[in-house]
Design a protein around this ligand. Structure first.
Ligand code: ADP
Ligand code: MG
Length: 261
């Protein structure tokens, strides 16, 4: 089971879009995919066709059980989506209160990792849409993934947000034994603007190989797809944006192949 966390402390950079785009492509390729929506805004949950205030259980329940959830409890928190091979562990607004509720209660950093271990044979891929706040949810998401995907909007201000995210990764890394594998994904690329190209160059200068050597273009089909509550690859399979996510997926799978070789 491959686990990717899609994270950036800045909002509006394409985290949710990247999650649902990659999930849709993987599901089409007959991979069994679980999407986990950890963001209290529940955009991913909405995207996959659910009202976050009406779902029976959610990520929240996984954290609020007194003990580590059993395999049955983890399975109960997952719902199948309309898309074949694509399941969802939804978010609810209550997730926003989790840090306050748990307070300084220690030992909560591996709850999700253990929960996923109990369903490891059920899925080929787990994609986690991580909230932009450094808290118990982000720590859990970063603790259980093989790779962090960091979408970065190709505009100057976004670089500052990325620096913050990289500091967070370093901070959390210190409490873990193993180094993070991460991939920076240039998003919302507008080929007509200097800012997009300049930002892309700066990213490569600073982060070198960690930057995917491609970019996700601005594509209005993404907004339409979210309105239709469909993964972009189902809504507009031949769109520029979807083709870009296809080549990103190929790149990520190659990296994963190299690691396991
Ligand atoms: P985040 O999850 O980081 O907050 P989203 O994925 O929700 O960001 O994207 C923010 C907004 O930008 C959404 O309205 C989404 O539809 C739109 N969007 C994301 N990626 C693209 C793109 N490549 N082209 C056009 N619009 C996009
Ligand atoms: Mg989002």
């Amino acid at each position: 089971m491959m686990v990717w966390s899609i994270a950036n402390q800045k909002g509006g950079v394409g985290k949710t879009t990247t999650t649902v785009a990659l999930a849709g492509l993987l599901a089409e390729r007959q991979q069994r995919v679980l999407c986990i929506d950890m963001d209290p805004h529940a955009s991913l949950t909405f995207y996959l066709g659910f009202d976050s205030e009406e779902v029976p259980t959610s990520v929240y329940d996984i954290f609020m059980l007194d003990k580590q959830p059993s395999r049955e409890q983890v399975k109960q928190s997952i719902i199948p989506s309309e898309v074949d091979n694509l399941h969802l562990m939804p978010a609810t607004m209550a997730l926003a209160t989790l840090d306050r509720k748990l307070g300084s209660q220690g030992g909560m950093g591996l709850v999700l990792k253990r929960a996923l271990a109990s369903i490891a044979d059920d899925y080929d891929y787990v994609l986690i849409d991580v909230p932009p706040v450094l808290g118990v949810l982000m720590i859990n998401a970063l603790a259980c993934c093989q790779r962090v995907l960091i979408p970065v909007q190709t505009e100057f201000l976004a670089l500052k947000g990325l620096e913050r995210m990289m500091r967070t990764l370093t901070l959390i890394q210190k409490s873990r034994r193993q180094d993070y594998q991460y991939t920076i994904i240039p998003t919302l690329y507008d080929k007509r603007t200097r800012a997009s190209l300049d930002t892309f160059k700066k990213l490569v200068e600073r982060y070198d190989d960690a930057v995917w050597n491609g970019m996700i273009p601005i594509d209005t089909k993404f907004r339409d797809a979210s309105n239709e509550q469909l993964p972009p690859s189902l809504y507009a399979p031949k769109s520029r944006g979807v083709l870009a996510y296809q080549s990103l997926l190929t790149h990520l799978q190659q990296l994963a192949g190299q690691e396991s070789a």
